[in-house]
Design a binder for this molecule. Structure first.
Ligand SMILES: Nc1ncnc2c1ncn2[C@@H]1O[C@H](COP(=O)(O)OP(=O)(O)OP(=O)(O)O)[C@@H](O)[C@H]1O
Ligand SMILES: [Mg+2]
Length: 449
């Protein structure tokens, strides 16, 4: 069973070949303009024309900013690095803010390393092993064939051990890496499928390879700059990659690695793949981080930076000045701003339906109608949260479908933001540490945003 997250229904941006948004596709509904803009950005990434660019998704809460970023990540595929952090994360690490940001930047830049190796690929005809009298040395011969040719190779001790470790027997189709001697069993040859009745159900049958026995094969690995940093930092070692706790990395080391990667690039051994760094809730960063971003964006090795903020005009952290979206104006000047808008009732209905499918919940027609109008009075997120609550209430009365009554009860158990504000007002300062005026003004302020 897979855990269901808030965005697990999103599988892409739902655009067609001309980057036009489809009405309801890949889990995405509505928000056409922003999705199209995201598609254009993806195109730029795939063409490799993005150095030093930054995008800001700005809009009210639960209008799909994070969802669109997730859609972009899904669409990019595994080869292009996509890093996601929340603005507040940089404050909660055991390292300086700028180090945390630097690591996030470097995690978003991939280095594609190409390696050409020579392999032998064929079906094993015979393995013959001769042991010396003492048993200390072994020699042997391996007969291997393709449909077109057959050759005998001499085997040394190392190869013999490797073959017996992999339990290679006549009739197996194998590849042998000539440089490293690594053996990979691809399966058993179809020609042998009738020889043995007693073979495990998991035996895989493959065709005997055609053509030459020796082939050249290109191997491609993609690692991020950050991974190279960690592996090469003497204090950490590569195991730190798994622990996740990589500590600070010295700038000199980073410089060395940049130089080395630059050399590989010139020699054609490696290719740089600028990826994407997504900073959600970017208004949580402070003025020092923003200054760092300004500089880092101008670096030659910069990924595409995508930010999201739901703030209106608000204070820049670390200063007493206010600015649109909580970002300093000089940074805003560098970014392309994409705005997201509140959803129409029809969009909301479709999103609710998608979420119901994802969470395996059935709503009655009336319940869907009620939840949709609830969502336009509260927020989309609140309505989506009620789906699973409603499901549990419905199960308790042994019903298959969630009905209006279940939703009504869930609605009475859990407050949305507006009712919560109302309730606080009614409490008139009965809660701890509360300055009555303060609470109402900040919450009203949130409303305006
Ligand atoms: N266009 C859409 N299609 C399908 N699902 C969507 C769409 N937009 C938003 N959602 C879903 O609605 C919920 C709220 O959206 P999301 O978290 O992306 O909002 P947000 O703009 O990031 O809000 P905030 O500013 O509060 O972070 C999520 O579960 C998200 O997957
Ligand atoms: Mg969000």
């Amino acid at each position: 069973m897979e855990r269901i997250g808030a965005h697990s229904h999103i599988r892409g941006l739902g655009l067609d070949d001309r980057l036009e948004p489809r009405e309801n596709s890949q889990g995405m509904v509505g928000q056409g303009k922003a999705r199209k803009a995201a598609g254009l950005i993806l195109k730029m990434i795939q063409d490799g024309r993005i150095a030093g660019k930054a995008i800001l998704f700005a809009g009210p809460p639960s209008t799909g900013k994070t969802a669109i970023a997730m859609g972009m990540a899904r669409q990019l595929g595994a080869d292009v690095p996509f890093t996601m952090i929340a603005g507040s994360e940089v404050f909660s690490r055991s390292m300086s803010k700028t180090e945390a940001l630097t690591q996030a930047f470097r995690r978003s830049i991939g280095v594609r390393i190409k390696e050409e190796t020579e392999i032998i690929e064929g079906e094993v005809v015979e393995i013959q092993i001769d042991r010396s009298l003492t048993g200390a040395t072994k020699t042997g011969k391996l007969t291997i064939k393709t449909t077109d040719m057959e050759t005998i190779y001499d085997l040394g001790t190392k190869m013999i051990d490797a073959l017996s470790k992999e339990k290679v027997i006549a009739g197996d189709v194998v590849t042998i890496d000539k440089a490293s001697g690594r053996i990979l069993k691809l399966g058993r040859s179809f020609a042998r499928s009738r020889d043995y009745d007693a073979m495990g159900a998991d035996t895989k049958f493959v065709q005997c390879p055609e053509g030459e026995l020796q082939k050249r094969k290109e191997l491609v690995h993609t690692v991020s700059l950050h991974e190279i940093d960690v592996i090469n930092s003497r204090t950490q070692g590569f195991l730190a990659l798994f622990a996740g706790d990589t500590g600070e990395i010295k700038p000199e080391l980073r410089n060395q690695i940049n130089t080395k990667v630059g050399e590989w690039r010139e020699e054609g051994k490696a290719e740089i793949i600028p990826g994407v760094l997504f900073i959600d809730e970017v208004h949580m960063l402070d003025i020092e981080c923003f200054a760092f971003l300004n500089r880092a964006l101008e670096n030659e090795l910069s990924p595409l930076v995508i930010m999201a903020s739901n703030r209106g005009k608000s204070q820049i952290r670390g200063t007493k000045f206010a600015s649109p979206h909580g970002l300093p104006v000089d940074l805003l000047d560098r970014v392309l701003i994409v705005s997201t808008r509140p959803y129409t009732e029809d969009d909301i209905k479709q999103i609710i339906q998608i979420r119901c499918q994802e969470e395996d919940v059935t709503l009655t027609e009336n319940a869907l109608q009620v939840l949709t109008s609830m969502s336009s009075q509260t927020t989309l997120r609140y309505a989506l949260n009620l789906i699973s609550c409603g499901q549990i209430i419905a199960t308790k009365r042994k019903a298959e479908q969630v009905d209006v009554e279940d939703l009504r009860r869930a609605y009475s158990y859990f407050m949305d933001e507006k009712r919560s504000v109302q309730w606080l007002k009614e409490q008139q300062g009965n809660l701890m540490f509360e300055e009555v005026d303060d609470v109402t003004t900040t919450l009203n302020h949130m409303d305006e945003d």
